[in-house]
Design a protein around this ligand. Structure first.
Ligand code: ATP
Ligand code: MG
Length: 394
C-alpha cells in the first residue's frame, strides 16, 4: 500500500499576497530537512503539501519525525493513497486504519472533495466509508463531536485516506523573516532565545566569543552541541567564533573593575554588528532577561544597546528562569547547558558590578581603549564553521 505524508500550512494561511513566497520557502525547508532520509517528491496545492516517497528506500518514519520540527506547519499526518474510485477507497480504508480503529471507541468520517468531477458528493463518500468501517469494526460507534478518530478522505489528484492529524511545530518557515545574528553562550538562555526567533521565521547566524586559554576548547564544543540541538528546528547554522582574549585583557588592564562586564558586552555588540553588516543579518538576538544578573538591569541593557546599530531581540526578556528552563528541556538543550564549562563572561567577573551604570560614565571608562583597533583585530580572527543537527560539518 502506498503511503505519503500530508502537511497543512500554519500561520501562512494568513499572509495574503506573500503567501506563495512563504509556501515556496516552506517547501524548500522541508525538502532540505528530509533529504537525508531518501528521495521524495513534494507537491503543493490548496494549503496542503504532499510528500511522496519515490522508492522503497525512502524512510517515511524519519521524514515524519523531522517534519514535526519544521516551523510553518500547523499539522501533518500520514495517509494512504488510493485510486479515485470509491471501491478502492472502501477497500483500503479499513486495512490502512486498522490499528488506530482497533484502539478507538468512537469515530467519524469527513470527506473533502477538491476534485469536483468525482462522481460522489462529500456527504455520500463520508456515509459509504463510515458504513464500511462500522461493518469491519463493529465495536465502533459514530460520534460527530470529539470522536477518538476523525477519518479524513481527501479527493485531490489522487484519493488520500488518513486518521488523526499530528500537531505541527507552528510558527513561520525559517528564512521567511530574514536573518538574525544569534549571540550564543554556553548558558541556558541563548539557545532558548534562538529557538523562539527561529520559530518566528528568522534564519540564524551564530556568533560566539571565546577567550582561550581562559576558556577551554571543551566550552566551544559545548556551544557546537547546543547549536546542533537548535538546528533540529532552525536548520543549519553558520557559527562564527571570535577571539576575545585580547579585548578582555585590555579591559581588565585599563578600565575600572565595576564596568568590566558592561564594557565587554558593548564590545560583543560592536563586533556582532560588524559581522551582521557582512552577513545580511537585520537584528541581533540574545538570551537576556530583565534582572537576571547585574548586566541585565534596564540601565545596563540600555548601555549595551547604545552601541548596537541593529535592533536587539531578547525573546526571554520577560520570562522567569523556570519558564526558560521548561523550553530548554523541551528542545533538549538543558542537559548540555548545565555542563560546567567556563564562559568568557565568568572569567573576568567583577566582584561588585555596577547595576545602575550611566552611559556617560561607561563611555568615559572606555576612553582608555583603542576600540576600533581592538574590534578590527578580533573581527579579522573570526573562524567560521557550519553546524547541522548532526553536528559540525567538515
Ligand atoms: P545564557 O544562559 O544564555 O548564557 P546568561 O543568563 O548566562 O545567559 P550572560 O552570561 O550575561 O547571561 O549573557 C547574556 C547574553 O549575552 C547571552 O544570553 C548571550 O546571548 C550573550 N552572550 C554571553 N556570553 C556570550 C559569549 N561568550 N558569546 C556570545 N554571546 C554571549
Ligand atoms: Mg551566560
Amino acid at each position: 500500500m502506498k503511503e505519503i505524508i500530508l502537511i497543512k500550512d500554519g500561520e501562512l494561511a494568513l499572509k495574503g499576497l506573500n503567501r506563495s513566497s512563504f509556501e515556496a520557502m516552506l517547501m524548500k525547508n522541508i525538502r532540505w530537512r528530509i533529504k537525508p532520509f531518501g528521495s521524495f517528491e513534494l507537491k503543493q496545492s490548496q494549503s496542503t503539501i504532499t510528500v511522496n516517497p519515490l522508492d522503497d528506500n525512502a524512510d517515511l518514519d524519519s521524514a515524519a519525525d523531522e517534519i514535526s520540527r519544521v516551523f510553518g506547519i500547523a499539522g501533518f499526518s500520514r495517509a494512504a493513497v488510493a485510486e479515485k474510485d470509491i471501491n478502492d477507497i472502501l477497500d483500503i480504508a479499513p486495512v490502512y486504519l486498522k490499528d488506530q480503529l482497533n484502539e478507538a471507541k468512537t469515530f467519524k468520517v469527513e470527506a473533502k472533495r477538491s476534485d469536483k468531477k468525482f462522481p460522489l458528493t462529500s456527504p455520500e463518500i463520508s456515509a459509504m466509508v463510515g458504513e464500511r468501517l462500522l461493518e469491519c469494526f463493529p465495536h465502533l460507534s459514530v460520534q460527530v463531536k470529539d470522536p477518538d478518530i476523525k477519518v479524513v478522505v481527501e479527493i485531490r489528484d489522487r484519493a488520500y485516506i488518513r486518521g488523526n492529524q499530528q500537531k505541527g511545530a507552528g510558527g513561520m518557515p525559517v528564512g521567511s523573516s530574514g536573518r538574525g545574528m544569534l549571540l550564543i553562550s554556553g548558558g541556558i538562555d541563548s539557545p532558548v532565545a534562538a529557538y523562539m526567533m527561529a520559530k518566528r521565521g528568522v534564519e540564524l547566524v551564530g556568533i560566539h566569543f571565546a577567550s582561550p586559554p581562559y576558556t577551554s576548547l571543551r566550552s566551544e564544543e559545548k556551544v557546537h552541541d547546543l547549536l546542533a540541538k537548535v538546528a533540529r528546528y532552525s536548520g543549519r547554522i553558520w557559527l562564527n567564533t571570535v577571539p576575545f582574549t585580547e579585548i578582555q585583557e585590555a579591559i581588565r588592564e585599563n578600565c575600572p573593575e565595576e564596568y568590566f562586564t558592561i564594557i565587554m558586552r558593548r564590545f560583543m555588540m560592536r563586533i556582532s554588528c560588524m559581522l551582521a553588516d557582512n552577513s545580511d543579518c537585520h537584528a541581533l538576538i540574545t538570551g537576556e532577561s530583565v534582572a537576571q544578573v547585574a548586566s541585565q538591569t534596564m540601565l545596563a541593557l540600555g548601555c549595551t544597546d547604545a552601541v548596537a546599530t541593529y535592533p536587539v531581540f531578547r525573546p526571554c526578556i520577560g520570562m522567569d528562569k523556570e519558564e526558560i528552563i521548561k523550553i530548554s528541556r523541551n528542545i533538549e538543550t538543558f542537559d548540555i547547558s548545565i555542563q560546567p564549562f567556563e564562559d568568557c563572561c565568568t572569567v573576568f567577573t567583577p566582584k561588585h558590578p555596577k547595576t545602575r551604570p550611566q552611559l556617560k560614565d561607561v563611555e568615559e571608562a572606555e576612553k582608555a581603549l583603542d576600540i576600533d583597533a581592538l574590534c578590527q583585530r578580533a573581527f579579522e580572527g573570526i573562524q567560521r564553521i557550519c553546524i547541522t543537527s548532526e553536528g559540525v560539518q567538515e
